[in-house]
Design a protein around this ligand. Structure first.
Ligand code: SF4
Length: 428
């Protein structure tokens, strides 16, 4: 059986390769290959135009027409990724049994529509199947709008395998890690998971819809995977785990083995680590195994918002966690903490105080822009208009008018300045 697999473009006001890879899709493609299926793969986001630190960089991009709902926003709307002509040239001249398209952020769906348009012209009789985050969280919208023949949410994965006639083995699938060399000719970094899902239940997060439960990979598989790519010269490893520290004994055991191997690599944690599970040993292991600017989840120090958002970390956990990091050798400005910006009932003065407090402790602040995510308990409180995925885009702050958005930009600049000062202190 021949399958053509596509990771489509991003359509947005801004996009940057912050270690973005369609990880779950690559795991599925790997599984299909192991089941004897020929896979041709096109990643529309492969091919950065700048090389920034740790393998990150800018995507090629082109201004495109703004969707009607964005007409009043005075910013360019763009397609990020390879030019359309390059995409067409990459499509192999052969017959495919199925075309698989993955999806990520719900509001990037115009990239799927564009890909379907081109692929339909070339393969009018081939079934196009959509899966991934948008297909899961906006299933009805994807069925009516994407132009794909079949749309499967993550919980329908077994049906997907049945449809294409491949055996589904849950453990085998989730225990596997991608064979990147089969899909990419150039690798600037490697993304991996040691686990799927998250045992917590923050009410703004859709993880339970995307992966119910919590699944750990066998340690040996993770270690061998890291050894394999380190031997190929990869320096930057990006942990996509949502709860790497949950059951800290597992994290410690993996990191001890990595430390013994003396691989001289960096780890990055864009999905955040849990401060509450940090202890002295774990903090030391982070330092010894090359965790670079580790990111931790906090979201807010406001007690009522903490309660509302899942009560993961309080002020005391934060102070104790930062002391442990410093005890392990992380200096001011060498670790980051996420705060959420743009929640409808958020008191922005108290957010500014949180920023100042974190800065006084030596932590860089990473502002995560709040967005309405379908499938979350909070989403049920939002007006119906947010059912349109384009309005779920965090960068437009869909809940707010211009004056409030201006204050958000002030806070963003304020954070940038404070982080810069920490960076400068680090250098002198
Ligand atoms: S926000 Fe993080 S900790 Fe909370 S449920 Fe989602 S993945 Fe888990």
């Amino acid at each position: 059986m021949n399958i053509l697999a596509i990771n489509p473009w991003i359509y947005d006001f801004a996009a940057y390769d912050f270690w973005l890879k369609p990880y779950g899709f690559l795991v599925i493609l790997n599984y299909l290959q192991k089941n004897g299926i020929n896979v041709d793969y096109i990643d529309c986001l492969d091919g950065k135009i700048t090389e920034a630190t740790f393998g990150r960089g800018k995507y090629p991009n082109e201004i495109v027409e703004k969707p009607e709902v964005f007409k009043s926003i005075p910013r360019y709307f763009k397609r990020y990724g390879i030019p359309l002509k390059e995409f067409e040239a990459k499509i192999p001249e052969k017959k495919f049994d199925y075309i698989l398209i993955t999806s990520s952020m719900t509001y990037w769906y115009p990239g799927i529509i564009e890909a379907v348009k081109i692929l339909r012209r070339k393969f009018p009789a081939t079934k196009i199947i959509l899966g991934g985050t948008y297909a899961t969280l906006c299933n009805t919208h994807a069925k009516t709008t994407s132009g794909c023949d079949l749309v499967f949410s993550n919980e329908q994965l077994e049906n997907f395998f049945k449809t294409i006639g491949v055996d589904f083995n849950y453990n085998k699938l989730y225990e596997s890690l991608p064979a990147y060399e089969d899909f990419y000719t150039k690798l600037d970094y490697i993304v991996l998971r040691t686990s799927w899902g998250c045992p917590f239940n923050c009410n703004y997060c859709a993880i339970k819809k995307l992966f119910p439960g919590f699944f750990r990979l066998p340690e040996e598989k993770v270690i061998n995977f890291i050894k394999k790519y380190s031997a190929k010269g990869i320096k930057n490893f990006v942990l996509y785990d949502d709860a790497f520290f949950y059951e800290p004994a597992y994290a410690k055991s993996i990191l001890k083995k990595i430390d013994e191997l003396k691989l001289n690599i960096n780890f990055h944690t864009p999905n955040a680590l849990h401060l509450r599970f940090l202890d002295c040993d774990l903090a030391l292991l982070l330092k010894k195994t090359g965790f670079t600017n580790p990111h931790f989840g906090l979201e807010t120090l406001n007690p009522s918002l903490q309660k509302l958002w899942g009560d993961k970390v309080n002020r005391q956990d934060l102070v104790e966690g930062i002391n442990l990091l410093k005890g392990a050798g992380f200096k001011n400005g060498e670790f980051s903490v996420y705060l959420l910006l743009g929640f409808p009932r958020q008191d922005l003065d108290s957010l500014k105080k949180d920023v100042e407090f974190l800065n006084s402790l030596g932590g860089r602040v990473s502002l995560a822009e709040f967005s309405p995510v379908p499938g979350t308990t909070l989403f049920e409180e939002y007006p119906k208009e947010f059912n349109e995925p384009l309005l779920q885009n965090n960068s437009i702050f869909g809940f707010f008018q211009n004056e409030k958005i201006r204050i958000f930009w002030e806070i963003k600049n304020f954070v940038r300045e404070l982080n810069k000062k920490l960076q400068e202190e680090k250098l002198f």
